[in-house]
Structures are given as C-alpha cells and as structure tokens.
Design a protein around this ligand. Structure first.
Ligand code: NAD
Length: 505
C-alpha cells in the first residue's frame, strides 16, 4: 500500500540538552496515519554524533541534577502533571492521529500515564531510607536512597503516552537524567510529552529524546555512560536488549510480549463474561500487551455460551477516531495487518473453527486503513500457530477444558506470563487460581488487571526479563541505589587496641 505524501508533515526534532533540534541525518522514517496512510511526520534516524551529544548532555546534567533537593524535583513533576492534564485532549488527538486509536482509548492511554506521574509526586516519601538505632552499642545504621546516573528508555508503538510516562518522570524525579528512544512508528506523542516537560521547568538535559531503530537502541546498550535501561516491546527484542544490556553490566528491565488467558468457570455471570471478552480481546484492535487473546471455557456447559460470544464479537466494528461508535481502530501499519491476516489464515488448515473471519475488512470512506474485523477462532489447541504466536490483532481464540486444574496447567505451560484472569462466583476457585498461576498480573472478575501506579506492573516467564518491575515502589528501586551508613559518635574514648574480629564494638 502506498503512502500519501503531505507537504505539511513535519520532521520530528530531537531533544538534546533542552533544545529541540533538527537531525542532520539523511535517513528519515515516515510516520503515517493508519486510517489513511497519510504521512503526518518524519522521524530521524539519529546519527551517532547526535546520540553521543544526547548521552553526554544527560551525563553532564546528572552532575548538578542529582544534588537538586527532592522537593524541587517533585515540584517540577507536579507542574508536569498539571500540564499533562491541561493538555489531555490535545495529547489524545495527536496520539489518535498516529495510532488510529478511538478517542476514548487515546484519552485512556494518556490518563494511565498521568496517573504514574501523579504517584511520582510523592517522591520525597518514596525515596526515604531506613534507620535503626543501636545496631551495636552506640552504633547506628541508616540507608540512603540515591540516583544511579543516566537511564535510558526504549518504548513500543502501542502506548506512546503511557509507556514513556512509566519511565522518564520517575527516573528523573529520583535524581537521574534520561535518554528516551520511543517507537519510530508513533513519535509525535512522545515529542509533545517532551515539549510539556520543558514547559514544566525541568532543567535542560534532564530528558533527551532520540529516534531511530535497532542501531540507536544498540548505541544506548553499548554506551558505558548509560547505567540502567528500561525496555517495553516484543519478546525477541526484549531478549536482545536484556542480553546486551546486562552483558555490558547495566541494570536492565525488559517487559516483553504476551498471550493472556481468561479462564471462565461455569458458575460465572455469562453476560459479564461475554461483554468483557469482547472489550478485552478486540479493544485497541487487540494491540495491548494485556489484551485477552485466549478464552479458556471450563466445562461442557460453557460450550453453550459460544453462540452469545459469537454474536457479541460480531456486533462490534472498527472505525476511525472521528467515529464515536467505532469499537476500535486500525492496526498500526499495513505490515502489522498483513501479519495478523496471515496468522488468522493458519487457523482452519490447522484444525480450528474460524467462526468470525476479520480478514479483508473494509470501512466505508477509509479504503486505505489497516482494518482487521473482529475475529473469533474456536476449538484452538496448544500446538496451533494462532496459539503459539502473539497475534496482536482483534482476534479471540477459544479453548475448552474440563476442569480448573486443566485450565491452570494450560496457562502455566504457556511461555508467556504477562496477565490472566478468572471469571467465577467461587472464592475458592479464584483463590486457587491466583495462588497457582505463574503469571504477573491476575484479575479476578477483572479482564485486564493493569495495576494502579502505587503497585507495580509485573510480568513473568518470557513476558519479563529482570527483577524490578515497572512503576510503583519497584521502579523507585530500579532507578536508585541504596547506600548504608554505619556511624558511631562516642561520648568517651573507645577502648584502645585494634578489633581483630568482624563484630562491631
Ligand atoms: P518492538 O519490539 O518491535 O519495538 C519496541 C522498541 O524496540 C521500539 O522502540 C523499536 O524501535 C525497538 N526495536 C525494534 N527492533 C529492534 C531490534 N532488533 N533491536 C533493538 N531495538 C529494536 O515492539 P512493538 O511492535 O513496538 O510493540 C509491540 C510489542 O510490545 C508486543 O509484543 C507487546 O506485547 C509488547 N508490549 C509489552 C508490554 C508489557 O508491559 N509487557 C507493554 C506494551 C507492549
């Protein structure tokens, strides 16, 4: 599919040391509106010299920023939080133009990021250390939480506001400086986030924004000045980032892809289950790492729910952000659409039932959009391609098992471990499920259990590499070091002679 040229499309700037500058590169990446293929911007493939300037600006700024009192850092973040709220609609419009998300969903993307910034405004408390008096006679110990240096963030296309906001506001409020490499597919939203950052009064050099692809990511993974790397994206890239970053002795957290199951017990409320399955699988065109992509129906009785599920999934349709009745938007690119359609195409030949086929979907007035219609695939089994691959499209797979134990075994055998949910009226079943499933986020009668920002966004197995997770208390630990100070201020002279033991006296 060819793109539509647009003379008004602007070249996306880099942010280096407080200045928005045009890259000198000759290599530019088109940013397209996925509803029309219109080119709405061009992201630069940042040159090595510009990468070096960005990292050194962050390094030099760290020298002073780390000494800025935590309350001053917090006040900048409070102004940022206010500006994000003031510009909420505008940010959502930019976001919708480059992702095609519905306006309601685009606003939600921005809002979940604002919530993380709000939580960061309690940084003086979040960064408190600990004290114990008299750990030995006359000896006290306290711990100090301090920043680690220049941090980097590499983010995916599917939440261009929320995911960058998981990272740089917290890292910088901890006293670090930051280099962000957002997705090249939707860099306009992060650029606007960065403009508001400057407007909020953060000093030049606290945040740099560079653009590009693998070489720019690899630059950050190799540069010794970068002390910590936060990554969110697909499993193959997460694996590469984790291996390379840790090989270079950096602290790394990588949130990867997913295949999220919703287990439906026969005692669940059918209407709620049906409604939640539709929204959680096809919302955002299925391009959410927490999308429910597999419904696991337990027991013979729930087979009888398939007709209602089919009707509910068939009742929704995609459309552009300007259509308030559209349930979701297009896929991010023609390549993503082609990939999803190719995966749907493997279902029937491998023995599944294609109850709703979203391939070849059209939307009146938007012939060039990357549309995929709502798709429902029944009788899926673990060896099928549609089950093994993360589809990342508006497709719900259905599997049938006989018992809760079988459902738990299925979820635990799956290599991903991002999110899952159970729908049931039984407290015992819910307790067993949350206790035994090896998945980061568990919802009980909640389809997409994304934690509020004072908890952390976790994940396990191939959906997460590292130990400290995103936002919440764990992010503060990720972006800081702890120093312990052991002190003695004796009122009288200490006994003379060396202490030849390790004990304190
Ligand atoms: P992606 O892995 O293609 O890209 C993520 C980032 O890595 C982008 O900034 C991209 O430029 C960069 N990149 C791409 N290829 C690279 C390479 N070979 N080497 C180094 N860097 C590279 O992911 P995407 O398609 O933008 O996002 C969708 C994926 O992200 C899905 O798999 C989804 O499940 C996952 N995701 C996970 C979470 C989570 O919290 N677990 C959240 C959102 C998205």
């Amino acid at each position: 599919m060819s793109t539509v040229r647009n003379e008004a499309a602007r070249n996306v700037p880099l942010l280096i040391n407080g200045e928005f500058v045009q890259s000198t590169t000759s290599d530019w990446i088109d940013v397209t509106n996925p509803v029309t293929q219109e080119v709405i911007g061009r992201a630069p493939v940042t040159t090595d010299a510009e990468m070096a300037r960005a990292v050194s600006a962050a390094e030099e700024t760290f020298v002073t920023w780390r000494h800025t009192p935590v309350q001053e850092r917090m006040r900048c973040l409070m102004r940022y939080q206010a500006l994000l709220k003031e510009h909420h609609d505008e940010l959502a419009e930019i976001l919708a133009s480059e992702t095609g998300k519905t306006m309601a969903d685009a606003k939600g993307d921005v809002w979940r990021g604002i919530e993380v910034v709000e939580h960061g405004c309690s940084m003086p408390t979040l960064m408190m250390g600990e004290t114990t008096e008299n750990v030995a006679r006359g000896i006290d110990t306290h711990s100090i939480v301090h920043p680690i240096g220049v941090c980097a963030g590499i983010t995916p296309f599917n939440f261009p506001a929320m995911i960058p906001l998981w990272m740089f506001p917290l890292a910088v409020a901890c006293g670090n400086t930051f280099v962000l490499k957002p997705s090249e597919q939707d860099p306009l939203t992060p650029t606007r986030l960065a403009e508001l950052w400057q407007e909020a009064g953060f000093p030049a050099g606290t945040l740099q924004v560079v653009h590009g692809r693998k070489p720019q990511v690899d630059y950050l993974l190799e540069d010794p000045a970068i002390k910590a790397v936060s990554f969110v994206g697909s499993v193959p890239v997460a694996t590469h980032v984790y291996r390379t970053g840790t090989h270079n002795l950096k602290r790394v957290q990588c949130m990867g892809g997913a295949k999220n199951h919703m287990v439906v017990m026969p005692d669940a409320n059918k209407e709620q289950v049906v409604n939640h399955l539709v929204g959680a699988s096809c919302g955002a065109a299925g391009q959410r790492c927490m999308a429910i992509s597999v419904a696991v129906l337990v027991g013979e009785e729930t087979r009888g729910w398939m007709d209602d599920i089919r009707k509910a999934v068939a009742s929704i349709r995609p459309g552009p952000p300007s259509d308030p009745d559209a349930a979701y938007g297009p896929l991010i690119s023609p390549a993503a659409k082609e990939r999803v359609e190719q995966l749907i195409g493997t279902a029937e030949p491998e023995g599944a039932k294609l109850l709703l086929d979203g391939r070849g979907h059209t939307v009146d007035g938007y012939p060039d959009g990357n549309w995929v219609g709502p798709t429902l695939i029944d009788d899926v089994t673990p060896e099928m391609t549609v089950y093994k691959e993360e589809i990342f499209g508006p497709a719900l797979l259905v599997m049938h098992v006989d018992s809760l134990e079988e459902a738990i075994a299925l979820v635990n055998t799956n290599p991903y471990g991002n999110g899952t949910s159970i729908f049931t009226r039984s407290g015992a079943a819910a307790r067993k499920y949350q206790h035994e499933t090896e998945v980061g986020q568990v919802g009980v009668n909640i389809p997409i259990p994304v934690p509020a920002p004072f908890f952390s966004f976790t994940g396990g197995k191939n959906s997460f590499f590292g130990d400290l997770h995103a936002y919440g208390k764990q992010a503060i630990r990720f972006y800081t070091e702890t120093r312990t100070v052991i002190s003695r201020w004796p009122e009288e002279d200490l006994p003379s002679g060396p202490n030849m033991t390790i004990s304190m006296r």
